[in-house]
Design a protein around this ligand. Structure first.
Ligand code: PHE
Length: 461
């Protein structure tokens, strides 16, 4: 019989799921995308979508994994074998399996370019660490310039990152993830709150708060809905099959809806903190909003201007690096567990093969600010173009497919059972609302967002 690991404690699941959700999406991508979309109105849209569309889909992914005890491709197969169409040849079988494969392929591509940004973080961590022992202190402009000029350095850093992820995932779930994520996250949260307090004491903090919290809807563009939705999926790790895999390791008595809500609450709070941290610095230093290096242009300035800043900088970039590593582990884990469940590939072989592919994917975006800086796709550099394509288009598409699959193919009793486990809530009402979002509201919003983006493409040309 196949052995499937279970988390020993309920906290094991939370640590892994929150560890996967919490990453560069919160600290690197959120401020950059909020800057590009004009601030407050976009932030409001993002929070609204995270709770009303993101959480239900997150729950759907967890249920798919928990009920089948398999990763996404296996889960889809197993569901088709026992679901409504059981016995008959289910129509669209290949389309559903294609959906699973698309989710896994997306994970692979994201793992690749995520490694490049993780490499930047690693670089800043090392620079801060060295500056602790250097009388000149930390020089942020220098650190960024070195990265921008040297594609080779970026490739090397990305490969170190991928290698670390491989080593951890090869050791397996319990040993790999559970132990350290919890400690790390609590420490990071405390550090973030301290830094936010410092940032809010900057002279332009009031203006930054206004930018971030006052919703001026005229700043939204035709692409904003898609970008907000894409970011919700990215930051909650939805549409990758990651949460299906994590659901498959959940204990039978865990209550899925509450788990989903908690993950989202933690994750969005961290994003908000990150906005509160970055924008006062950005406005005080007149850095342009938007652009993928916003985090790296702003935060080091705060450290430079603070007593003991090099120490804070070292601690911050270490925590950020470890959370990026946590997220990458989640991505690698999905791909590896799918290869294992579906084709019986051994864990170590799968880790090396996937790691190598991710490394190959990382090369182009790593060179995008140096050797390939002239190459533009749709008006963007390679890294930004890849990020926008995967997150604004592919993730919503996979999430749409998942909604339709869970609504139409997973047996109603299976889904309802997960809501029965509640001791606190009125499960009938909760189940009804969830089902409506996954069947109708979620898909409708996704279709509208993608449609608007399509129109946006034509308007641009
Ligand atoms: N949610 C992660 C972040 O915000 C990204 C991620 C997606 C990680 C999918 C793992 C799996 O950074």
């Amino acid at each position: 019989m196949k052995f499937r690991a279970n988390w020993n404690t309920r906290f094991g699941f939370y640590f892994a799921a929150i560890g996967s959700a919490f990453g560069l999406g919160n600290l690197w991508r959120f401020p950059y995308i909020v800057g590009e979309n004009g601030g407050g109105a976009f932030v409001l849209l993002y929070f609204f979508l995270a709770f009303f569309i993101g959480v239900p889909i997150l729950i759907a992914e967890l249920i798919l994994g928990k009920s089948t005890q398999q990763s996404i491709i296996g889960a889809i197969k197993a569901t088709l074998g026992t679901g409504r169409g059981a016995g008959r040849e289910t129509r669209f079988k290949n389309v559903w399996l294609g959906l699973g494969k698309l989710a896994v392929a997306t994970s692979l591509f994201v793992l690749g370019y995520y490694a490049v940004i993780s490499g930047w973080v690693l670089h800043f961590f090392m620079q801060f660490l060295v500056s602790l022992f250097d009388s000149q202190g930390f020089q942020s402009n220098q650190a960024l310039a070195t990265l921008r000029q040297s594609g080779g350095l970026q490739v090397a850093l990305a490969s170190v990152h991928i290698l670390l992820a491989i080593v951890i995932v090869m050791k397996g779930v319990q040993n790999g993830i559970e132990k350290w994520v919890g400690y790390l996250m609590s420490g990071f949260a405390v550090l973030l709150i301290m830094l936010v307090a410092k940032s809010l004491s900057l002279p332009q903090a009031g203006e930054a708060l206004r930018f971030l919290l006052y919703p001026d809807f005229s700043k939204l563009t035709i692409n904003s809905l898609g970008q907000a939705l894409g970011h919700v999926f990215f930051t909650l790790s939805i549409g990758f099959g990651v949460m299906v895999t994590f659901g498959s390791y959940m204990r039978h008595d865990s209550y899925v809806p509450e788990a989903g809500l908690r993950v989202a609450a933690m994750d969005t709070s961290i994003s908000l903190l990150s906005g509160l941290l970055i924008f006062p610095i950005l406005i005080s230093a007149s850095v342009a909003t938007g652009g993928p290096d916003v985090l790296f242009q702003t935060l080091p300035r705060l450290f430079e201007a603070t007593a003991g800043g090099a120490l804070f900088g070292t601690a911050f970039f270490l925590c950020l690096y470890l959370s990026a590593l946590g997220a990458s582990i989640g991505l690698l884990e999905v791909i590896v567990s799918n290869l294992g469940d579906r084709w019986g590939v051994s864990r170590s072989k799968a880790c090396w093969a996937v790691g190598f592919l991710a490394f190959s994917i990382a090369i182009l975006p790593a060179l995008s600010s140096s050797a390939l800086s002239q190459l533009h796709l749709g008006g963007r550099g390679v890294l930004q173009a890849l990020d926008a394509f995967l997150i604004n288009w592919i993730l919503p598409l996979v999430a749409l497919g998942l909604c339709l699959f869970v609504s139409g193919q997973v047996p109603p009793q299976t889904k309802e059972k997960e809501f029965h486990l509640s001791r606190k809530f009125d499960y009938v009402e909760l189940f009804g609302n969830w089902r409506m979002v996954v069947r109708w509201v979620g898909p409708a919003v996704i279709v509208v967002a993608l449609g608007l983006q399509l129109i946006g493409l034509f308007l641009k040309n």
